[in-house]
Every structure is written in C-alpha cells, then in structure tokens.
Design a protein around this ligand. Structure first.
Ligand SMILES: [Fe+2]
Length: 255
C-alpha cells in the first residue's frame, strides 16, 4: 500500500531529480532503474545534514528492505553469514567515509529468521562493529522482543556485545500478537525490559538512553514518567558498579 501510494506520487525532493520516467515504463520499473540514484542522493542528503547539525550520533538499523526492485518498507532480518557480514561491513564503511563520522548500527526486532544463518545476531553485530569500526545502538526492547520470538536468552545477547562499542541505548514498549511480541513503540516499557536495562548498565556503565514512543502517544507527563523510570533503573545499575548517578548532560540523556 505504501509503495503504491509513493509510486503514484513520487516526491522529487527525495529523489533530487534522479527519478525520471521513460516513455512506456511502469512506475515500478522506473523506481527499480532509478534506485541507485536514490541511494546516492540519500547519502548526499545525510552527509549534508550531518555536516550542518553535527549530531551526537548517526544511526541506522542492521536490516535490509529491498531486493530486485521489490521494496518491503520494513526492517527485514539480515542473513547472519560470513558473506553478508563482509557485505554489510563494506556498506557501513562506505557510509562512514561519506559522512566523515562513525555510525551506530541498531539491532532490529525480528519476527522471522532466514535459513542458513552461520552465527547468532549478537556475534554478527559485534563482529560487524569491529570490522567496520562502527558503534552499536543497543535497543534493549528489541533484544527482549527477538529473544521471545526466537527462543534465545536475552542475556546471552546482551553479554556478548563489545561494551566499548555501545554508544546509545533505546527502550520502548511492545505489544503481543498471538505468540509473537511486536515492537510497536506504543506502550510503557515492561518490567522485564527495565530489569535487562539495569543489568546492561551494571555491566557496561552509563549510556545515553532514549525512550521510543511514537504510536498512541500519551500525555507528556506519562512520557516524563518513563524518562524518570529510565533514570531510576539506570541508577540501580550504576549502584551495582559502585558508581553514582551521572549528572544529566542533555534533556535526552537518562543514564
Ligand atoms: Fe530502537
């Protein structure tokens, strides 16, 4: 539905003039042919934006979304193989070189796994960070959701990531759909995720932390309450390290 809506009304700003339909060509074929231009234009836009605003982090998910002219508009799970590790590492390095800064790669929440995986997601992400010399954006809720959906232990995941590579943490609420947990960002963070968060801070130390809540957004006081809980759970983790709660550096920092 989203792709059909887009194809019926392509946005020239996004394409930077790279979307030029040929006579008799379907819109879908035009997108497939012009896709490299979109990628180049997007990279150029990201670089200009990063240069202008000097963000603390530039991040993207460890995922893919299109192949052979078909666009999923979703965060699909990567094949955790040596071949795709080399491919993704090259892509991350290319983006970092273009941006002139290090990226953070975020673990996605997933609902299926590709056949033929040769390693776990956490081994893949950790090795990617080392090979591409990038950082990790650790979404603790995504770890919890994927652990439930695929039957692994979230603590195996969290304990295997290289702590020095973790630049930021995300927390969010999720919802249930039958046996699956879905990363809907429309709810309060659950107790199990708070516990995992405190364990993570206890293991790696304080990290800037963001609450993601972008559907069924509640009253501002509820959001502020979640931020306060993040600070509280983060402080519990730090106390286990014998460290005091850090001063807040910015409005987004919770731990
Ligand atoms: Fe996230």
């Amino acid at each position: 539905m989203l792709i059909e809506r887009y194809l019926s009304d392509p946005k020239p700003v996004l394409w930077r003039g790279g979307f030029q339909a040929k006579a008799g060509e379907t819109a879908r074929k035009t997108v497939a042919r012009c896709y490299p231009h979109l990628i180049a234009a997007r990279r150029q836009s990201y670089a200009a934006l990063a240069h202008a605003i000097e963000p603390a982090w530039v991040s993207d998910h460890l995922c893919w979304g299109s192949a052979h002219g078909i666009y999923a508009h979703d965060l699909l799970p990567v094949a955790y193989t040596e071949e795709s590790l080399a491919h993704v590492a090259r892509r991350v390095q290319a983006v970092q070189e273009r941006l002139g800064r290090r990226m953070l790669l975020e673990n996605p929440s997933t609902y299926m796994q590709l056949a033929g995986n040769e390693m776990s997601e956490w081994d893949f992400l950790g090795e990617l960070a080392r090979r591409a010399d990038c950082g990790i954006l650790l979404d603790v809720n995504n770890v919890f959701v994927s652990a439930h959906n695929h039957g692994f232990d979230a603590r195996d995941y969290l304990g295997a990531l290289p702590p020095e590579r973790i630049g930021q943490i995300h927390l969010a609420g999720h919802s249930c759909d039958g046996d699956l947990l879905i990363d809907t960002h429309d709810n309060q963070v659950c107790d199990e995720v708070w516990t995992l968060y405190a364990d993570t801070i206890a293991a790696i130390g304080a990290r800037a932390t963001m609450i993601e809540w972008d559907a069924q957004v509640p009253a501002f006081d509820v959001l502020k309450g979640e931020l306060a809980r993040a600070a509280e759970w983060g402080a519990r983790g730090l106390a286990r390290r014998g460290e005091p709660r850090p001063p807040r550096k910015g409005r987004r920092d919770a731990a």
